[in-house]
Design a protein around this ligand. Structure first.
Ligand SMILES: [Zn+2]
Ligand SMILES: [Zn+2]
Length: 360
């Protein structure tokens, strides 16, 4: 039987990637599509993509597929035709990452999961067969001309804070599973109003739109391809851009500016700023917004306390890091995605001294 996963060490795989001379294209795609036997589907996918030297991370579930991968650029069209030939994956929209060196993945991992997006829903009558209608950028702009249209942001607080669509409602929670019931409650008087949901790439809001329909809402839309696709489309077609601020992306760039405005504020001094940073104190690593002046003043830390920690002797710092890691382990998120600690205005204005001991 063919080998369906790799047996080479991570370190060696990473070295091989760094030595590759062929350029790679990084892309993502997802689709909600019923998959009868996710395990077999997974194995077939692995064999096909492995032949094309695809790397990346893919989740397969009975409800569909979610993939972030890279492919040697010359094999891009071969990949496209291969995917097109898989029943259920015809005509996928492949989102190509711009400004990416293609070195983000060095191994192919395909995992079978219960859901492609953890939703906390345990209603057996719910499925993804009935979803909201897709809207593209032009339709989004047209629909939002009507003041009766409700626009709902299904991302996390820290993403909403630095950029969102004009008049968009925030669903204030940092987990999708909490956002679903919260959004139903928030919109309960708008069961027949046009509602457009959006998120970064479309995968969350597509599920949220299906959930609202399941809850008796009648007029639900979702933005096709999310903010990323919207931003590209308005640029390409010269349409009006209704997104304000920055689109937060979880990588080294920490956000891509879509409009010229800065809509957020420095968490330390309150002046306009929208640059996210991770506290330089390894034992903290809080994700927060910091202006250039405060970055200099606090040496990239979230507090005077963390700054002082930077200057402690190494063994003392190690001790603090370990204590923080132990505390973080106790509060690790359920889906294990390893998000760093995130600043959230709805909890506290700045990190409490004993924040790591708190349950979040
Ligand atoms: Zn500041
Ligand atoms: Zn800190």
């Amino acid at each position: 039987m063919a080998l369906l996963h790799n047996r080479v060490s991570q370190k060696e795989l990473k070295q091989r990637l760094m030595q590759e001379t062929e350029p790679r294209t990084t892309l993502s795609f997802y689709r909600y599509v019923p998959i009868g036997d996710p395990r077999t589907f997974r194995d077939e996918l692995y064999q096909g993509l492995n032949k094309l030297a695809v790397f990346g991370r893919i989740y397969v579930a009975a409800e569909g597929i979610n993939a972030q991968i890279s492919v040697p650029t010359p094999a891009f069209s071969a990949l496209q035709s291969w995917l097109d030939a898989v029943p259920g994956l015809e005509g996928l929209r492949l989102n190509i990452a711009v400004d990416d060196d293609g070195k983000s993945f060095w191994v192919l991992k395909i995992k079978v999961r219960e859901k492609i997006v953890a939703d906390g829903i345990d209603d057996p009558a719910f499925n993804m067969a009935r979803k909201g209608q897709y809207v593209d950028a032009a339709a989004f702009n047209r629909l939002t001309e009507d003041p009766g249209t409700v626009v709902v942001d299904m991302r996390n607080h820290y993403e909403y804070e630095v950029g969102h669509f004009e008049n968009a409602i925030e669903v204030p929670s940092d987990t999708f599973r909490e956002q679903l019931p919260l959004s139903v409650n928030l919109l309960k008087d708008k069961k027949d109003s046009p509602i457009i949901m959006y998120c970064t790439g479309g995968i969350r809001c597509e599920k949220a739109s299906a959930w609202l329909l399941h809850q008796g809402f009648t007029n639900v839309y979702h933005l096709e391809g999310g903010i990323i696709h919207y931003a590209n489309t308005v640029k390409e077609k010269g349409l009006e851009n209704k997104f304000r601020g920055k689109n937060f992306v979880f990588d080294d760039r920490m956000g891509e500016r879509i409009s010229g405005e800065i809509i957020a504020h420095c968490h330390q001094c309150g002046r306009p700023a929208d640059t996210h940073t991770n506290c330089r104190n390894d034992g903290c690593h809080l994700l927060f917004i910091q202006c250039a002046d405060c970055a200099a003043r606090y040496e990239g830390c979230c507090s005077a306390d963390c700054r002082d920690t930077l200057h402690l002797p190494e063994d003392e710092r190690r001790e603090r890091r370990q204590a923080a890691a132990r505390a973080a382990g106790e509060t690790a998120s359920e889906d294990g995605e390893g998000l760093p600690h995130v600043f959230n205005k709805s909890r506290s204005r700045l990190r409490l001294p004993d924040r790591h001991a708190e349950k979040d």
